[in-house]
Design a protein around this ligand. Structure first.
Ligand SMILES: *[C@@H]1O[C@H](CO)[C@@H](O)[C@H](O)[C@H]1NC(C)=O
Ligand SMILES: *[C@@H]1O[C@H](CO)[C@@H](O)[C@H](O)[C@H]1NC(C)=O
Ligand SMILES: *[C@@H]1O[C@H](CO)[C@@H](O)[C@H](O)[C@H]1NC(C)=O
Ligand SMILES: *[C@@H]1O[C@H](CO)[C@@H](O)[C@H](O)[C@H]1NC(C)=O
Ligand SMILES: *[C@@H]1O[C@H](CO)[C@@H](O)[C@H](O)[C@H]1NC(C)=O
Ligand SMILES: *[C@@H]1O[C@H](CO)[C@@H](O)[C@H](O)[C@H]1NC(C)=O
Ligand SMILES: *[C@@H]1O[C@H](CO)[C@@H](O)[C@H](O)[C@H]1NC(C)=O
Length: 351
């Protein structure tokens, strides 16, 4: 096993109730919140990168596997969950943003790293970016190869994420995604390949920066065309249900009616092309939107802007899974009746 063979005791480590600390008071204090995923996954052989068990290593083992962390940071670990990210859900997200806010507010860290599975990383990152209102940066770290694989990518991704979270340049940039030597924005970065280690990309918006060894180098000053909203969910323990339906030829409009009749308060459709819908769907989507069950047309193409329209809501620059997160938060705060108001959240050029 790659992790256990590379375990090196950190002399200053304290292990108590799953909390690890490698302290050096002159270095930035970084709190690592572990949620599970491939980065904590193990397999029975080193040449297989599929069919492994996600979320089997604890946060202590993640930290111990990267002894060089003690040179750049004073890290402490919090085990939040240990799940494959396909099992992430809204109630966990609400707890995770409270935990991160608490760590930032109680002064125990200078930066936060959250380890996560890659499959739904982009949804968690966007949710946190919209619900976490602290200047302390959050760097999300993940891996495409389990810890036991030859050239596992997890340890270096954690190392870079810790360096980023502890760097002054990262402050006020919200939530960032760190894999494969790149820094990606939480709002736009998406997983683009099932297996490749360079899977996280934002085709239109690009990366925020890169690493030169462990030194983060940003390409631009923090600035946004899209004025990022903030949703205070501190007193919230559930969000409205929003479904995603997939567009294709022969798509059956009964699926949309079923979503709504079974309790969805909003629906995102991953439409073909520039978010077009067959006539029957367009009519039903407009009818539901006018009734206060907003239907958001997004695109299944993987990139590109969807402009506002009169019949339904549209997703702007957000892919279907990111549009869903945003719609849940908007519905929770404002309900579904005011389409003009909802559209402003999706559209970077209106506000
Ligand atoms: C703490 O970090 C500083 C700066 O990198 C280094 O000079 C010092 O040796 C470290 N102390 C320990 C105990 O590791
Ligand atoms: C920490 O940095 C020193 C100086 O560059 C290096 O000799 C040492 O191997 C590093 N420690 C680890 C655990 O990587
Ligand atoms: C969310 O996941 C947690 C952890 O697996 C589980 O305990 C909880 O029941 C799930 N919540 C919902 C609403 O599915
Ligand atoms: C800060 O909050 C985190 C998460 O709840 C907790 O683990 C830590 O002990 C707290 N630290 C202080 C100094 O209160
Ligand atoms: C969000 O943070 C900003 C900057 O600290 C602060 O002015 C604002 O009141 C916060 N918003 C909420 C709703 O807490
Ligand atoms: C779906 O719902 C719409 C809007 O309520 C309605 O006009 C339409 O007849 C329904 N279609 C089917 C196939 O049930
Ligand atoms: C709907 O939202 C728009 C944009 O925020 C606002 O100007 C308008 O007054 C709202 N309409 C109602 C009926 O609240």
């Amino acid at each position: 096993m790659r992790f256990s063979s590379s375990l090196v005791a950190i002399s200053t480590a304290v292990f108590a109730n799953g909390v690890t600390a490698a302290s050096n008071s002159s270095l930035p204090r970084v709190s690592i919140i572990a949620t599970g995923g491939t980065i904590a996954g193990t397999n029975s052989d080193s040449t297989s990168t599929t069919g492994y068990k996600a979320g089997s290593l604890g946060v202590d083992a993640l930290i111990e596997a990267v002894p060089a962390l003690s040179n750049i940071s004073s890290v402490s670990g919090i085990q939040f969950s240990n799940i494959g990210s396909q099992n992430m859900n809204t109630s966990l997200l609400l707890r995770l943003t409270k935990l991160a806010t608490n760590v930032a507010a109680n002064g125990s860290a200078d930066g936060i790293v959250i380890t996560h599975g890659t499959d739904t990383l982009e949804e968690t990152a966007m949710f946190l970016d919209l619900t976490y209102n602290e200047s302390l940066p959050i760097a999300m770290a993940a891996a495409m190869r389990p810890s036991t694989a030859l050239s596992a990518d997890g340890p270096f991704n954690i190392y870079e994420a810790v360096a980023l979270a502890g760097s002054k340049e990262a402050a006020d940039r919200g939530v960032m995604i760190v894999l494969n030597d790149r820094i990606g924005s939480a709002m736009y970065t998406t997983k683009t390949n099932t297996r490749a280690v360079d899977t996280f990309k934002a085709a239109e918006q690009g990366y925020l920066g890169v690493f030169n060894d462990e030194v983060p180098v940003f390409y631009f000053e923090p600035s946004r065309v899209y004025k990022k909203p903030f949703f205070d969910v501190s007193g919230v323990d559930a969000l409205p249900r929003v479904d995603i339906l997939y567009g294709n030829i022969d798509m059956d409009v009964r699926l949309l009616n079923y979503s709504v009749s079974s309790g969805a308060e909003g629906v995102v459709i991953a439409c073909a092309g520039d978010a077009s819908l067959p006539d029957a769907w367009a009519d039903a989507a407009q009818a539901f939107t006018e009734q206060g069950i907003p239907v958001v047309r997004a695109s299944r193409t993987g990139s590109g802007y969807v402009a506002p329209a009169d019949d339904t809501l549209t997703s702007g620059n957000f892919n279907p899974q990111k549009a869903r997160i945003l719609l849940q938060l908007v519905l929770n705060e404002h309900g579904g009746k005011n389409s003009t108001l909802i559209q402003e959240y999706f559209d970077p050029y209106l506000s």
